[in-house]
Ligand binder design. Structure first.
Ligand SMILES: CC(C)(COP(=O)(O)OP(=O)(O)OC[C@H]1O[C@@H](n2cnc3c(N)ncnc32)[C@H](O)[C@@H]1OP(=O)(O)O)[C@@H](O)C(=O)NCCC(=O)NCCS
Length: 139
């Protein structure tokens, strides 16, 4: 298993994994994907198993007036159901956290449905508390 930055050509393989979370027409998703990749605060990663895309995570880093710094928002990670339970989701989320630490992000947020036990277990395992992960940063 390996985690790498996502590239434009990954969309077709990721379409089904995105659909597991929320459905969108391919044309709309293509357009949103292109715009997202152009955004300076956007990051996306793919987990591969034997060279096959098997998991995905993305995030947005933006400036937060309240904190006087940057905050991050992780979008729903998703792992192809054939590969769940093997640590891919955890590795993707840790990669997202690492990226935010490198970017001096002060606070990292996630969202999930209140009854999504898998996502709750994943986020808690990586250290999220009440949907917020305070990152250490010199003041
Ligand atoms: C949530 C999801 C991304 C987890 O990915 P994964 O690769 O299966 O998770 P991992 O193998 O890395 O497991 C990490 C932790 O997640 C939790 N977890 C994963 N699968 C679980 C399951 N079936 N039941 C309960 N907890 C589970 C556990 O806490 C696990 O830690 P552990 O192995 O020490 O018990 C995956 O289940 C998924 O794609 N679900 C559908 C999409 C979704 O709901 N995404 C989240 C939107 S916010």
């Amino acid at each position: 298993m390996a985690v790498r930055r996502a590239v434009a050509g990954d969309l077709e393989a990721l379409h089904a994994m995105r659909d597991a979370l929320v459905q969108a027409a391919p044309a709309r998703r293509r357009s949103a994907w292109r715009k997202a990749l152009e955004g300076s605060g956007y990051g996306a990663w793919v987990a591969e198993v034997d060279g096959e895309p098997a998991g995905f995570i993305d995030l947005i880093v933006c400036s937060d007036v309240s904190h006087g710094g940057k905050i991050g928002l992780v979008n729903g990670p998703a792992v192809d159901e054939r590969f769940r339970g093997r640590g891919l989701g955890e590795n993707l989320l840790r990669e997202a956290v690492r990226h935010c630490e490198e970017q001096d992000v002060i606070e990292l947020h996630v969202w999930r449905d209140h009854d999504n036990a898998w996502a709750i277990g994943l986020f808690e395992k990586v250290g999220f508390v009440d949907r917020v992960l305070p990152l250490e940063r010199p003041m």
